[in-house]
Design a protein around this ligand. Structure first.
Ligand code: UDP
Ligand code: MG
Length: 348
């Protein structure tokens, strides 16, 4: 095998359809693209089987787009999908999956927090008969305590309240077999939580563990606002628990009220208890109850809004252009909705 430093990138190995598709979502990652490509090249070339890399440019505002086009020019195994605007991480990953042609599809973050070197181990597990090989973070490095704390909490809450078994501390870094990918492609829901959706598909799934590195360059593209939205998508997409829990709160409060009515009446009549006369207690209770009610209205609203979002049935993303489609399809393999067949009764 040729050592990596003597290799000229851009020698296409691809004579047949790629066995592996690497999918990387890219949002303002100009500082990471080159190194990501180089590290992936090294790992994938060592495997010695044809592969392709699909970079989904999620409306980047830095030099990412030009850098990707340069890469595509140099190496025909690289393809770039440019979105018309920023649609979000989960949607970018979805587009990558739609365009991927490999027998196995590997999702990886572009910031090198997911080490490409782990792909070899994932491929081994895949060849041993697993259809999904996800990477579980043993430890995280170079992230704020807030991020680590909220992430740990998030995975545990999701684990506790969903019916689907979603492994804890596991991101989107994973390998998926073509059979799983084809099912995923038929799931066109708008509020997407890819790791939950993959778990939902089933088949044989296993994990490999790794230490999550710090970001190579740039800053996290997940500010608090996006993190909250992501968490809500995950919860509403995989659990009705928030809706069901309301009934318990209602029951407890109902019982309390039933007990309070005779208690208050008797105290009023039988004693001279002045401490029932304060308005403060009433105000506090009213505020507390309104806050409860508004919170549950918000929860309800989350489900209603998502239902509305689904019924509008807009496309998940808009592609402005693609580059590097030589020898392949330009259209993603999205299954068309099954059309209703209308039986026309012939009169005579
Ligand atoms: N990303 C994206 N669109 C977005 C936000 C992020 O495509 O709106 C990409 C980003 O470029 C990176 C991956 O998703 O490749 C993960 O994002 P990030 O590293 O910022 O998330 P974190 O690791 O901080 O959770
Ligand atoms: Mg990251």
């Amino acid at each position: 095998m040729i050592p990596a430093q003597h290799k000229t990138y851009g020698e296409p190995l691809m004579t047949t359809a790629p066995h592996y598709s690497i999918v990387a979502p890219i949002f303002n990652e100009e500082g990471n693209i080159t190194l990501l490509y180089e590290r992936i090249c090294k790992v994938m070339d060592d495997l010695g089987e044809p592969w392709e890399m699909i970079c989904v440019n999620d409306g980047s505002r830095d030099r990412s787009a030009e850098m990707l086009d340069e890469l595509v020019e140099r190496d025909s195994r690289v393809r770039a999908i440019h979105f018309a605007r920023n649609f979000g991480h989960q949607i970018a990953v979805t587009a990558g999956i739609d365009y991927a042609r490999g027998d196995a599809v590997i999702l990886i973050d572009a910031d090198l927090q997911d080490p490409p070197e782990l792909i070899g181990e994932m491929v081994e597990r895949w060849k041993a008969g697993y259809q999904v090989v996800y990477a579980t973070r043993e430890r995280r490095e170079g992230e704020s305590w807030f991020k680590i704390f909220t992430a740990r909490l998030f995975y545990r809450v999701i684990h506790a309240i969903t019916d689907v078994h979603i492994p804890v501390d596991t991101g989107d870094f994973r390998l998926m077999d073509r059979r799983v990918v084809d099912v995923l492609k038929s799931m066109r829901e708008h509020s997407r939580f890819i790791r939950g959706m993959t778990s939902w598909v089933g088949f044989k799934q296993t994990g490999v563990s790794y230490v999550r590195d710090r970001r190579h360059a740039g800053e996290t593209k997940y500010p608090l606002r996006k993190m909250v939205r992501f968490a809500l998508d995950a919860i509403t997409g995989f659990s009705f628990w928030p809706l069901q829990v309301m009934v318990y709160v209602a029951l407890v409060l109902g019982v309390l009220a039933l007990l309070a009515i005779p208690f208050v009446a008797i105290m009023r009549v039988a004693t001279n208890a002045l401490w029932f006369e304060g308005q403060a207690t009433t105000i506090v209770l009213v505020l507390l109850m309104s806050s409860f009610q508004l919170f549950f209205l918000f929860v309800l609203g989350q489900y209603v809004a998502r239902t509305y979002d689904e019924t509008r049935n807009r496309p998940l993303y808009v592609v402005a252009r693609t580059s590097g489609d030589s020898g392949g399809d330009t259209e993603p393999h999205v299954p068309l909705p099954v059309e209703e067949t209308v039986h026309v009764e012939n009169g005579d």
